[in-house]
Design a binder for this molecule. Structure first.
Ligand code: F6P
Length: 539
């Protein structure tokens, strides 16, 4: 019997069992179903995974070759097979003595040189040595989208307690509202624009970059002098008019959604300084080391991946909620949506064969406690099971508001407890009786107050959200995505699924302007929408 079939058998058995029974049968379950790295703990004991299932999951990871693929990734092999590229975001955070080769050549010297240049530039801006045409830089606008936005935007917000540089804003959407609202309050003479695009062809980014350049040209003699580019395409940055000394390159073996560790993180460097950025890299490096060294059954990214595979591919729960009880991780769910869904939302395996199981899950979420007052109702009482992943810091940064942090913490614990315990009909009836209800009305009201419980969650807990911890957390998720991808046999590092919509958008532009012959080839719904737009845009 294959490991997948054995896992399916184990799952059928688990279906009839309460997670509480697992705790009752095993005094050490909480600690045994937790994994540690330094001060960070991932507690996955509130899931319906028992020892047998965990052994099988670890066996699955082994049989699927996770260790070999991991070595291949860190060794610079071209594991992004559909694009023929190595996958070396880990090199961007490797230590000073690391040697990482692609096709026999050490990539580290060049990478270190670019990192040093980016740090030096960030410090020049922060210390007022690099000036805008109206004096010291007060604001930075990072124009980028997807991986050139979500990672640095998420990290900039996460590290707010360390902000001591210019204000850093992020513009991504091609909707003119985004850039218009951002630039409205800014002074062109003291604003620096970063155009962040791996390819320097992305239509949203290039359109916004031109808008920003026009805005600046209205007030500044040499707008290009206040532009910086981060890209792999130096011919294109030059064509845009950005001088080479303000261009920070990286290689195509750093995937867009894995790129916040290098110059794509320039906005973060400007906001918090090189030292704090370095601490974030150290945190990621710490997780890399653990991922490479820890045995699979005590390996945090591997276990997080296996819990995800259990819930999605084995139990059939199609979505996963990420619930940071940490307001400064408000952008983490959006960041993870790209990281996980662009990486593992694939329908064929590496060889191009249809997957014989589901691809990666739908990932979504919001910070707690906000989500509690919005969608937790469904998580507790809806008919679908939504595995939840809580993140929680033991300490906040606002020492004078420790009482608020305490409230945050107890809410997080209460949610995972409520998901686990639920409330029985008997208890609900007792509650209603205590309120003075009886008869049919007591029954009716009680049924609305039943919580099925037995709903799985995991909790990642850490002392405080620091640059180091943030680095650990993000690297943890990156490696989790990697492991899930290897087990599913897919290429986590391409993204062909985003191409068709881009091509069609380009083809649709002339139709909006009235190319009737071309419009006739469209489906009836698209034709109707085009007619509507033409009628309402030219009025
Ligand atoms: O369209 C998807 C995508 O290619 C992402 O993978 C990428 O992060 C984003 O667009 C932005 O790409 P670029 O950095 O090349 O502008």
């Amino acid at each position: 019997m294959s490991v997948w079939s054995e896992l399916a058998k184990n799952q059928r058995f688990a279906e009839g069992r309460h997670i509480l029974d697992l705790f009752a049968a095993d005094d050490s379950r909480a600690s045994d179903f937790s994994v540690r790295l330094g001060d960070m703990v991932l507690d996955y004991s509130k899931t319906n995974i028992d020892r047998g299932a965990r052994d099988l999951l670890v066996q699955l990871a082994q049989e699927c070759g996770v260790e070999g693929r991991r070595a291949a990734m860190f060794g610079g092999e071209r594991i992004n097979e559909t694009e023929g590229r190595a996958v070396l975001h880990v090199a961007q955070r490797a230590g000073d003595d690391a040697v990482i080769t692609v096709d026999g050549a050490d990539v580290m010297p060049q990478l270190r040189e670019i990192r040093a240049r980016a740090y030096a530039f960030a410090e020049d801006v922060r210390q007022g040595r690099y000036l805008g045409q109206g004096g010291a830089i007060t604001d930075v606008v990072n124009i980028g989208i997807g991986g050139s936005d979500l990672g640095p935007a998420m990290a900039t917000l996460a590290l707010a307690p360390w902000h001591d540089g210019p204000r850093v804003h992020y513009v991504s959407n091609v909707d003119g509202a985004h850039i218009a609202d951002t630039l409205k309050g800014l002074t062109p003479e003291t604003t620096l624009v970063i155009v962040a695009s791996k390819t320097f062809t992305t239509i949203e980014t290039m359109t916004n970059a031109r808008t920003a350049r026009d805005w600046m040209a209205g007030r500044v003699a040499d707008p290009a002098a206040q532009f910086v580019a981060v890209s792999t395409a130096q011919d294109k940055t030059a064509a845009f008019g950005i001088a080479p000394e303000r261009v920070f390159g990286f290689e195509d073996w750093v995937g867009g959604r894995y790129s916040m560790w290098g110059p794509i993180g320039l906005g973060v460097m400007l906001a918090v300084g090189a030292q704090n950025f370095e601490a974030m890299l150290r945190g990621a490096r710490d997780m890399d080391q653990h991922f490479c060294d820890a045995p699979l059954d005590r390996n945090m990214p591997v276990l997080l991946a296996l819990v995800g595979l259990w819930h999605n591919q084995i139990c059939g729960h199609a979505t996963r909620a990420v619930l940071p009880y940490d307001q400064r991780l408000a952008r983490l769910p959006a960041y993870l949506q790209q990281l996980e869904m662009e990486s593992n939302g694939k329908r064929v395996d590496m060889a191009g064969r249809d997957l014989d199981r589901q691809s990666g899950p739908v990932v979504w979420g919001e910070p707690g406690t906000n989500g509690q007052h919005a969608f937790y109702q469904l998580i507790h009482q809806g008919t679908r099971v939504v595995p939840c992943e809580f993140l929680l810091a033991a300490q906040g940064h606002e020492r004078d508001l420790a009482h608020q942090h305490k409230l945050l913490v107890v809410n997080c614990l209460a949610q995972s407890e409520a998901l686990l315990q639920g409330r029985s009909l008997q208890d609900a009836r007792a509650l209603m009786a205590a309120k003075g209800l009886d008869g049919d009305e007591l029954d009716r009201q009680a049924r609305h107050r039943v919580f099925p419980g037995n709903r799985p969650s995991s909790t990642l807990i850490y002392p405080q959200l620091t640059p180091f911890t943030l680095g650990q957390i993000i690297a943890l998720y990156e490696h989790r995505v990697f492991v899930e991808g290897v087990v599913l046999g897919i290429n986590s590092f391409d993204q062909w699924g985003v191409e068709l919509g881009k091509e069609l958008a380009v083809a649709l532009a002339p139709l909006l302007d009235g190319d009737d012959a071309a419009a006739a080839s469209k489906d009836p719904s698209t034709r109707q929408l085009l007619d509507y737009l033409r009628a309402h845009q030219n009025g």
